[in-house]
Design a protein around this ligand. Sequence first.
Ligand code: SF4
Length: 388
Amino acid sequence: MSGIYIHIPFCASRCIYCDFYSTTLRNKGPQFVEALVHEMEERKDFLHEPIRTIYLGGGTPSQLGPECIRAILEALEKSFDLSKCEEITMEANPEDFVDGSWPFFEGRLLPGNPLSHTINRISMGVQSMVDSELKLLRRRHDSAHVLTAVRRLREANINNISLDLMYGLPNQTLASWKYSIDELLKLQPHHISAYNLSIEEGTPLYTHVQKGELNPCDDETCLAMAALLRKKLKTAGYEQYEISNYALPGYHSRHNSSYWEQTPYLGLGPGAHSYDGCKLRCWNVADVQSYLKGIRNEESETLSDLDLYNERVMLGLRTVRGINMRIFDDVKVDTVSQKALNTSLCTLIDRGLLQIKENRLSLTEAGLALGDEVIRDLMILDVNGFSE
Ligand code: SF4
């Protein structure tokens, strides 16, 4: 089975922390859809397996509005075999479901929809339920918008809703984080993603921090926030199935799980990456203006065995299922690197951060809190050296 990712690079404004590729040229929607349909026709033979999942990400796909989204789904139905498609997710921001741009007639997300395959999952960027924190992040919504958006989605029969939160925000306290989690849980979403804010160079947030105008959250508080989240969500019945993702039983994201399992996917739109499930990775250059003119400037690389090993470790270990121990027998490296790898593995197991069960290596509960550090220790940067 394989997946399709569509990158829709439009946002109404830029959030202070964001380093994703997006622009504010959203009036270009119809022209963008035309370019996208053109790409679908050109690349319809990239995947050789039935499509299981589709993910409309961004940017803010909900900014395109129902007409453009319907046109994209129609084109997908024409170009690909969707007979086995189980999950179609659209990323959205809460304000788009409140301001009238999505009318929700007839109790449907896409009214009068003739499509056999339509959106059945919404992933919404909530980030915080504290209005002052949302303002600081320059989000366009407030907590009241979140409540209205979730209610309207349920009225439109979209029950598979994923809500995103962020922790480690400047000025955020353990108490305000607890408030956001509690408010989110009252909405009973089927899926919750929670990310530790990362301060990326080139973003306005980075500049504010450099100038001392905003103070990042310290590591100890971030760890306490992550621990509080895990505890509260576990008590509420959510399973943590990946470092940043929690779901009620049966509601994990099928699409994201396929990235972690390295199944093939086709990425459409500016900046989107594709993977053939074997050794080829290719991507469109992230340039909307060229894309609108039908120029994708595709680039590609052939993954070496070492690249594939690192990707398996990096992606697979993020999941609670972990990775098959066979990977360590298959990786071909010099004796020095092999020795360093064995030492790291033993040390991480001794520290209680990794565990082996039924020949699979996975993070323990303590390891989930330090996931990135553990994963870094098992990556091989080159055959002569070993990651620090
Ligand atoms: S809405 Fe999302 S993609 Fe757009 S600027 Fe904000 S964080 Fe980035």
